[in-house]
Design a binder for this molecule. Structure first.
Ligand code: COA
Length: 558
């Protein structure tokens, strides 16, 4: 079928549905929901048989839904209607939630239901539920809704329901003196990544994000009691919570200690080492070991890796190399493995060009440490999505295993034509060929986990539910392999041969020369793109590589 997506942005859920429907032979084109007239024009050009709205912030106009069936992906169970659907479910600590695909009509979310899928609701932040449970349920529901529609013999049913309102800050309000840690955590989770919970720190109003439970520290309820790296700890009525990220009025979402330099005066509570803490606390880099395998997790908010985070992770990796293990698994975070350099801390820096330069060098140092590791075999295990430099950082490992369902964006050009670094010019062509590498960079399209393996870019795509167990088992098998020493030798010989042919330093220098032009050259495209990305400027047009109906040579197939 010819299916038009009308969507607020090409977010990870939209990307996933785009890939899932494309691989099933549907022809998809995308129009961002910018104005009714623009959507009407897209419909006239593409003449879709069906419209899917994976992520909308406003209603589709009657001029469209009255003519063509429009499937709305609603992040709520059947009968749930209205905005802030996930926010309400998380804040009310519901045990089950779901996704419903319903047909657009005049009343919001009240149209007939074409499919739905439910899931148990984890205690975690909204964005994490969205990227895992909601995405998986939406894929199941949209695929069955499309099948139902195509079959021609399915009658969608109307489900009675009630609409809730947009959740207001008054309903999210925190009372640090009276509320328990669990209550405050649920409120911050329900608003994370957007809009955050309005609160104040150091007598300044701000929005809070990225809350973590703390098991031991205590203080006068409401008092700020500690800091650790970039997070700050605040006492609640029955314990304490860490706040990782904060957005000050008119500012960007930033690590808490960067948003509030005053936090430097709080008592520092460093962790003694990298070992994963036995009790709940804020720990962004955590190490575990089993069966000759070291597991290094880095739970960096949104997968963004600042200069300081890259340096800390490089130090942790170098420490990990000293352990008596045979395999190191780089686990990344639950939601993201890595999205490359930290565009928010760069944007907030006094000199974004200098900070970009420092950040790309710091991430390259990490990639180089992984590439030069001659004591263990390394594995990148991607449980979460990866984008831009993060995709190539993973490829610096000897093996890359990726969870089925992960979305990858292994290209840089969307960020103002960045050339990119992280040794991609060394790592990508041998995997996919020169032409393949050029196509990936040029097309700027997302890639599913399965596609990445089919192309030879990554090594294995493992089923979602058992991913962590499978990774541990496969890594333990690598460590126990009787030919382990042979494998390690093969790796070091290959590295030496590659180095003799063209040193890593040469790849790095070439990539960084191009990046220097991106950061300091006369073309400001990267700085403009980063500004709009971090400011979350609304889209003013749909890029041509997505809006295929706007290609001059696009014709409706006969
Ligand atoms: N630096 C800072 N923040 C980043 C980031 C980065 N490199 N990559 C993603 N984020 C943030 C987004 O701003 C968003 O923040 P929010 O929680 O305040 O909404 C959040 O992470 C999720 O990003 P989003 O774009 O909504 O997720 P997605 O899964 O739909 O898309 C990407 C993923 C990777 C396609 C997209 O985030 C992206 O293009 N990131 C930039 C990658 C990049 O160019 N890196 C620099 C070059 S190495």
């Amino acid at each position: 079928m010819r299916i038009l997506f009308i969507t607020h942005s090409f977010n990870s859920l939209t990307q996933r549905l785009f890939c899932e429907l494309t691989v099933r032979g549907h022809e998809i084109s995308i129009e961002f929901d910018i104005a009714d007239s623009v959507s009407e024009e897209a419909v006239a050009l593409f003449r879709p048989e069906l419209i899917v709205a994976p992520f909308l912030k406003r209603a589709i106009p009657e001029s469209i839904w009255a003519k063509i069936p429009c499937f709305i992906v609603h992040p709520g169970i059947e009968g749930d209607r209205g905005p802030s659907a996930l926010d309400w479910a998380i804040q009310q600590r519901r045990a089950q939630w779901g996704v419903t695909v319903l047909q657009a009509e005049a009343e919001m979310d009240a149209g007939p239901v074409w499919a739905s899928a439910n899931f148990p609701l984890r205690t975690t932040r909204k964005s994490s539920i969205y990227r895992h449970e909601v995405t998986e349920a939406a894929v199941r529901a949209v695929l069955s809704a499309v099948d139902h529609y195509q079959s021609g013999n399915f009658t969608p049913l109307r489900v009675p329901g009630a609409a809730h309102a947009l959740m207001q800050q008054a309903e999210r309000q925190l009372d640090w003196q009276a509320m328990t840690s669990a209550e405050i955590l649920a409120r911050i989770h329900a608003a994370d990544g957007f809009p955050g919970v309005a609160d104040s720190l150091f007598d300044e109003s701000c929005h809070l994000f990225d809350a973590w439970p703390e098991a031991s520290l205590r203080g006068v309820p409401g008092a700020l009691i500690a800091r650790r790296e970039t997070a700050i700890c605040r006492a609640t009525a029955d314990g304490a919570l860490w706040i990782g990220h904060v957005k000050r009025a008119g500012g960007l979402k930033l690590p808490a200690t960067q948003a509030f330099p005053e936090a430097a005066d709080l008592p520092e509570m460093p962790l003694r080492d990298y070992w994963k803490s036995a009790s709940a606390t804020w720990q962004d880099i955590a190490y575990e070991e089993a069966a000759g395998v070291g597991f290094l997790s880095f739970e960096f908010y949104n997968g963004a890796m600042s200069t300081a985070q890259c340096r800390r992770l490089t130090a942790a990796f170098n420490w990990t190399k000293m352990r008596p293990t045979r395999v190191i698994v780089l686990r990344g975070g639950r939601d993201f493995w890595s999205n490359g350099i930290h565009l928010n801390t760069i944007e907030a820096a006094e000199s974004p060009a200098d900070e970009s330069w420092a950040n790309i060098n710091a991430i390259d140092d990490l990639a180089e440490a992984i590439l030069r590791c001659d004591t263990q075999l390394t594995v990148a295990a991607l449980a979460g999505n990866a984008g831009a430099g993060g995709c190539f950082l993973a490829r610096a490992c000897d093996r890359v295993w990726v969870r089925e369902g992960v979305m990858l964006n292994p290209h840089y050009k969307n960020m103002g034509n960045l050339f990119g670094s992280e040794f991609w010019t060394y790592l990508l062509p041998p995997r996919v060929g020169d032409a393949g590498a050029a196509a990936i960079m040029r097309h700027r399209l997302p890639m599913t986990a399965a596609e990445s393996v089919k192309l030879g870019f990554y090594d294995a795509c493992l089923p979602g539910p058992s991913f962590a167990v499978d990774v541990a088992r496969r890594a333990a098998e690598m460590a126990a392999d009787p030919d382990f020493c042979g494998q390690l030798l093969k790796k070091t010989e290959k590295r030496a041969a590659d180095e003799a042919e063209k040193p890593l330093a040469a790849y790095r220098a070439e990539e960084l020369a191009a990046m220097r032009r991106n950061f300091y050259g006369f073309d400001p495209a990267y700085h403009v793109a980063r500004y709009h990305f971090t400011a979350k400027s609304p889209n003013s047009w749909t890029p041509r590589h997505l809006a295929r109906h706007r290609d001059l040579d696009w014709k409706i197939p006969q």
